[in-house]
Every structure is written in C-alpha cells, then in structure tokens.
Ligand binder design. Structure first.
Ligand code: PYC
Length: 428
C-alpha cells in the first residue's frame, strides 16, 4: 500500500505529514550523524587489524563486543570496503564440499540472518535460493556428494531435476538444443544475496560505536618483529606499537605477511564481474554454471550481476577486459537467450588470493602475536561474519576456536589439506 494518500483537499499527505511539513523538515534537516569517526593515530594499540574490509571490521566489532577489547585500530590503505568487500558479487551460501567448510559457512549464514538486527543496519539479505547447474554426469555426482555432506551438517541442499530447475528459473534454456543441456542442479534454499557495502558500513558503524579506531588512508609499510614476536607496525602516518597484529587483507595478503617474515602459499588472480541496466524483477534465485564459468543474480534494484571464474593468469590488475565481457555475454546468453538486448553498465575486478586447497588460512603464525585471516580466493565475502567472530576469539584467547582449527597455516606443512575445489570455485 502506498504511504501517499489524498487528504480530500487536493493535497497529498504522507502518513500524517503534509507536503509543506515534509519540505520544512527536509530543509531544516541537520547533517546526518557520522557513521564512523576520524581519529588521531595513537602511538600504541592493544591490537592492530590490517584491512578495512568486512573481515577486518567484523573482527574489530566482535573483539570489542564479545571480548571487551576497546583499544583496537583497523588500518585501511584506501577507504573501507574498497577491496574485495566492495568488488564481489554478494552471493551467500554454505553448500560446500567438506564438513569443515560446510560448518564454517553455515555459521556465517546464521550470523547474516540476524545481522540487520544485530547491527541495526539494513543489509538486505535476501535468501532467495541458490542453484548450481549440472550439465554433465560428473557434475551431478559431485552435487549428490555435496548434498549428502550438507545434510549431515544440517544444511538444506538437494539435487533437483531439469523440470524443477525450469519451474524455479523460467527464463533458463533447459531444452536439449543447447551446447550444455541442463541435467539438474544443486538447489540450496538458504543461499542468496546481500548488499555488500551495507555489510561493511554496518560493521564499521558498530565497531566505531564500541570505541574501535578506523583509520582510512593509512597504509602499512612494515611490520616490526623482535625475538620472534610482533612489536608494532609502521604506516605512512607513523609507527604503532602493538603486541597483536591481524593480516585481514585480500589481494595483498602474501605481501603483508612477508613484512612479518611469514610466507603464504598464495597466488593472486583477478576476478571480474559486471552489472547490467536495471529491469523488472524476473530472476528469483542465484544461478551458477560451473561448466559455463558464470553466475547470475538480480539485485533488489533490478540490475543483473554477472561473474566469472578468475582470470587465467596471476596479476594485481583490477581493470576489466574485453575478453571477459565477450566471454560472459556469450555464456549468459547460452543460459538465458532472452537477455540478448540488455546492456551492460559497468564491469570491474577484485583480487583473489588462491590457496592450493581452496580453503582459507586462518589463525596464528610462527611469529608470536601475528595472525592471519587470508587466502579467501573467490569466497571471502560470504565468510565475513564467521571469520570476524572466530578471529576475534583467536586474537583474544591466542588460539584458534574449533570452527577454524582445520584452516591453520600449519596444514600445508603437515599435509592436512581441506580440499574445497569442487564447491568453492566456479568453473575450475
Ligand atoms: O563461491 O559463491 C561463490 C562465488 C560467487 C562468486 C564468486 N564465488
């Protein structure tokens, strides 16, 4: 129902306000309160978090809220959310392949479900369901495997046939005429999309309200280590003494860890995405095709968001390429030919730190007091809340909580890999 009503006198009213009173209030509006504040850089903090994305800000928030730490700095070399947190396609899901992965991402979904209320910030989480299409028997087999693992962890997933896929996505070409006919899909109802910048801003505002200092335009240039333990960080604004440093960066995680003398088994690749002009809502689910290297969803504003798999070469470039545009357009049209006349508005890239097993690296390092929350590949945004919660516990207690114990750096030395390639990557 519209909030605008005629009042019988020819004037339009908005729930008790006349147009004049609205105008008066609008003109008299005092400036919006700042969501987070600028501060002088202190000479020392109890903990320094490098990276002002969702992981770093969420860690600061949970450290302050759940562990009573207040003297915390989040250092961001550009503006908050300018890295992977603002460059992803905002897809949330927990239908992973390993029990460790499913449990972990499921906790994130649970936190996302209550995040708007928790942060008092509308993050627009829309649990519209997530479909991963199977175009061949091998994919169907992996999907059945994932379904069983998901169900054992209490996560809602099922394999559905092509007719049911067509019911969920009427615009999808499910005929036999296509290059890769749709045989079925892994359907994951709790999956969906969220407004990624709202998540960043919500965590930033909440962390700020708990006394956390968020320092934008503050680049870390060095990390000081003495006798095997971290003692401080150097920045373009001065040195900070601290006993605890968390590397929560994406794209630069190996370079930042290297400053502390810790090497990461990480290679960095660009991941490109694009968005179309807005159209009326017609796509109610997130649709992924690993075979066609593409995923599609429709935002609440009506735009279609397209993403692909990572570029085929390691690079720190965040520029879009014509190869990507041509490739993705062709692949989207193979799935939904009716989109042929839609126009792309923008394209961009983010940086993905890929690990050998497609799982993150979280927890302590051989340098005492230096922690990492890195290696997020193409799946970091969806893990923001659970990573923040778990890393806050890890920093406060000095050891990783159970939910991230499988993701330690030592797994690469000890051969305990957590192989998520079958569920974490799109089209590899
Ligand atoms: O893992 O869901 C995912 C994803 C979407 C886009 C890139 N990765």
């Amino acid at each position: 129902m519209s909030a605008l009503n005629g009042n019988g006198n020819g004037h339009r009213r908005v729930r008790g306000y006349s147009a004049w009173s609205l105008l008066r209030h609008g003109l008299a509006h005092s400036p919006w309160p700042r969501a987070w504040h600028d501060h002088e850089l202190r000479g020392s903090y109890d903990a320094v978090i490098i990276g002002g994305g969702v992981h770093g800000l969420a860690t600061a928030y949970y450290l302050a809220r759940d562990h009573g730490m207040r003297n915390i700095a989040v250092l961001e070399r550009a503006y908050i959310g300018s890295g992977g947190s603002g460059r992803n396609t905002a897809i949330l899901r927990s239908n992973y392949l390993t029990p460790e992965g499913v449990r972990f991402y499921d906790r994130s979904i649970k936190l996302y479900e209550h995040l708007a209320a928790d942060l008092n910030y509308n993050v627009m989480f829309s649990q519209r369901g997530h479909l991963t299409l199977a175009h061949n028997d091998a994919s169907l087999r992996t999907m059945r495997w994932r379904t069983e693992v998901n169900k054992l962890q209490g996560v809602d997933s099922e394999v559905i046939d092509a007719d049911r896929v067509k019911e969920l996505v009427p615009h999808l070409d499910t005929s036999d005429e296509t290059r890769y006919p749709v045989l079925g899909a892994l359907y994951h109802p709790p999956g969906g999309i969220v407004r990624h910048d709202a998540v960043v801003w919500g965590y930033a505002r909440a962390a700020d309200a708990h006394g956390v200092h968020i320092h934008q335009q503050t680049e870390v240039t060095g990390i000081d280590v003495s006798h095997g333990r971290v003692t401080g960080v150097r920045t373009n604004r001065g040195r900070i003494a601290t006993p605890v440093v968390l590397n929560a960066t994406a794209g630069w995680s190996s370079l930042v860890s290297h400053m502390a003398g810790v090497e990461m088994p990480v290679q960095t690749f660009p991941l490109q995405a694009a968005v179309t002009e807005p159209v009326r809502p017609f796509l109610d689910t997130v649709v992924v095709s690993g075979t066609l290297h593409v995923y599609v969803s429709q935002t609440d504003r009506g735009e279609l968001v397209f993403g692909a798999s990572v570029d085929p070469f390691a690079s720190y470039s965040v520029r879009g390429s014509l190869e990507f545009t041509e490739g993705i357009a062709g692949h989207v049209l193979e799935l939904m030919p009716a989109l042929a006349r839609m126009r792309l508005l923008r394209q961009w890239a983010g940086l993905c730190d890929m690990t050998p097993d497609y799982s993150p690296i979280m927890g302590p390092t051989p340098v005492e007091g230096f922690y990492v929350d890195v290696g997020w590949g193409t799946y970091g945004f969806k893990a923001g809340p659970v990573s923040g919660e778990a890393m806050a516990a890890c920093l406060a207690e000095g050891k990783p909580p159970e939910i991230i114990s499988a993701f330690g750096l030592d797994r690469f030395l000890e051969g305990r890999l957590v192989g998520e390639k079958g569920a974490a990557a799109v089209g590899h």
